[in-house]
Structures are given as structure tokens and as C-alpha cells.
Design a protein around this ligand. Structure first.
Ligand code: ADP
Ligand code: ADP
Ligand code: ZN
Length: 215
């Protein structure tokens, strides 16, 4: 299963991707997670990416294209992968096609999650993430058993710096300008499936599984 999850910030890509990795035993490749790890580790790439991320803008295409190309070559991608948060521009989508072609691989599906702007703001302001294992929660829609503590591993939950309302608005605008064109890009390529992301997490998951199992 070689899959792209497309959708605005807060649509539920990461939440759904985590479930699919367990179900299909394939890795989730989140460029956001990889970039945040690089920022935390203080690598050269992280130093370069940080200002773009803090401002809610996109990290330059050549940086993320290189990350994904290298990641797709790792052995755990042999049986498939879930791209979460990549591609985000037409240039990234074109570069992905070239990388996949070179590897003799082809995408199976592109699933686009559709969610209203106001719901996105509420999802992102309430998002919490485990510091240790990366599992995502929501204070209202998907709360942990004990406030601030991860159910899965007992780690502390934190709120991302860019999940503040001002930066969220900027990210949604960047999505509309630079990423939303990928919906017609993949529709024209005959690869797109659209999914209503406004329903609760288990219902979205169920619909997603039925889309993935359909031909
Ligand atoms: P969200 O889950 O809210 O959509 P991500 O974790 O995917 O956010 O991304 C966080 C930030 O990392 C983005 O705002 C952007 O600065 C950077 N980023 C992640 N993926 C990409 C990408 N494919 N291209 C450019 N920048 C990216
Ligand atoms: P993305 O990776 O697309 O940015 P996330 O998967 O991180 O989005 O989800 C954003 C926030 O919304 C998280 O706090 C998550 O728990 C919550 N969430 C995800 N899917 C839903 C849903 N279907 N209904 C309500 N909240 C959701
Ligand atoms: Zn955890």
C-alpha cells in the first residue's frame, strides 16, 4: 500500500496514519515529525527549517524532497508507506513522481480529507502530542485517560508551538495557496479519493479502510 494522505493542517492525517501503520504494518512518513526531530536535535537541516516552521510557512521544497527521497529508500518502505504532510506543493508532487519512478514504484492511492476551516482551528488549538511516543490527542475530541499524560506510554503531553491561533490562520492560508492545488493535480491523474473528515475519528477510520479495500 503506497498512500498519500492529503488535507489541511488538523484534518486528521496523522491520527489516521498512525492507525493505518498498525493495520498494514507500513511506516508513516511525516515530514513535519522528521523536521521537528531535526529542530530538536539542532542539526543543520533543523536550524534551516525552524524559522519557516515557527512562522507557519513551508520549508523549502529541496529540503523536504531530499528528506522523503532518502526515507523512501529505507528497507521498511519496501512493502509500502503512508506519506503524511508531503507533498505540499506541486513541485514536491512532481519530484515525488520522479523519485518513485527511479525506484520502480507507483502510488496506489491519494486520499484527501476534507474538513471545514473553523473545525480545523478547534482541532489544532486543542491538539496535544506525546513527547515520548508522538501519539496525538485532543483535549475535547480524543482526550487521554489522565489529563496531560499519554495513555500509550505514560509520557507527558505538550502543545506544539505552531498550534497557536495566529500561526494556525497563516498555515491554513498557506495550505489554500500552495497545497490545495494538489487536489486537482491528483484528481487529474486519476488517483484521488475524497473523504469527509468532519465525522468522529472512528467513523473516518472506518470509511478510510473501506476506501483502501475497494479497488
Ligand atoms: P500539520 O500536521 O499541522 O499539517 P505538519 O506537522 O505536517 O503540520 O507540519 C508542520 C510544519 O512543518 C509546516 O507548517 C511546515 O513549516 C513544515 N513542513 C512539514 N511538511 C512540509 C512539506 N512537505 N513542505 C514544506 N514544509 C513542510
Ligand atoms: P493533521 O495530521 O492532519 O494535522 P491530526 O491527526 O494531528 O491532524 O489531528 C489534529 C487534531 O484533531 C488532533 O488533536 C486530533 O486528536 C484531532 N482529530 C483528528 N481527527 C479528528 C476527527 N475526525 N474529529 C475530531 N478531532 C479529530
Ligand atoms: Zn506516548
Amino acid at each position: 500500500m503506497k498512500l498519500i494522505l492529503l488535507g489541511p493542517p488538523g484534518a486528521g492525517k496523522g491520527t489516521q496514519a498512525k492507525m493505518l501503520t498498525e493495520k498494514f504494518n507500513i511506516p508513516q512518513i511525516s515530514t513535519g515529525d522528521i523536521l521537528r526531530a531535526a529542530v530538536k536535535d539542532g542539526t543543520a537541516m533543523g536550524l534551516k527549517a525552524k524559522a519557516f516552521m515557527d512562522a507557519g510557512g513551508l520549508v523549502p521544497d529541496e529540503v523536504v524532497v531530499g528528506i522523503v527521497r532518502d526515507r523512501l529508500l529505507e528497507a521498511d518502505c519496501d512493502n509500502g508507506f503512508i506519506l503524511d504532510g508531503f507533498p505540499r506543493t506541486v513541485a514536491q508532487a512532481d519530484a515525488l513522481q520522479v523519485s518513485l519512478q527511479t525506484m520502480g514504484k507507483e502510488l496506489d492511492r491519494v486520499i484527501s480529507l476534507d474538513v471545514d476551516a473553523e473545525a480545523l482551528v478547534e482541532r489544532l488549538t486543542g491538539r496535544r502530542t506525546c513527547k515520548v511516543c508522538g501519539r496525538g490527542y485532543h483535549v475535547k475530541f480524543d482526550p487521554p485517560g489522565k489529563a496531560g499524560i499519554c495513555d500509550a506510554c505514560g509520557g507527558d503531553l505538550f502543545q506544539r508551538d505552531d498550534d497557536r491561533e495566529e500561526t494556525i490562520r497563516k498555515r491554513l492560508q498557506v495550505y489554500a495557496d500552495q497545497t490545495a492545488p494538489l487536489i486537482s493535480y491528483y484528481r487529474d491523474a486519476g488517483a484521488l479519493m475524497e473523504l469527509d473528515g468532519m465525522q468522529p475519528i472512528p467513523q473516518v477510520q472506518e470509511k478510510m479502510l473501506s476506501l483502501l479495500q475497494a479497488n
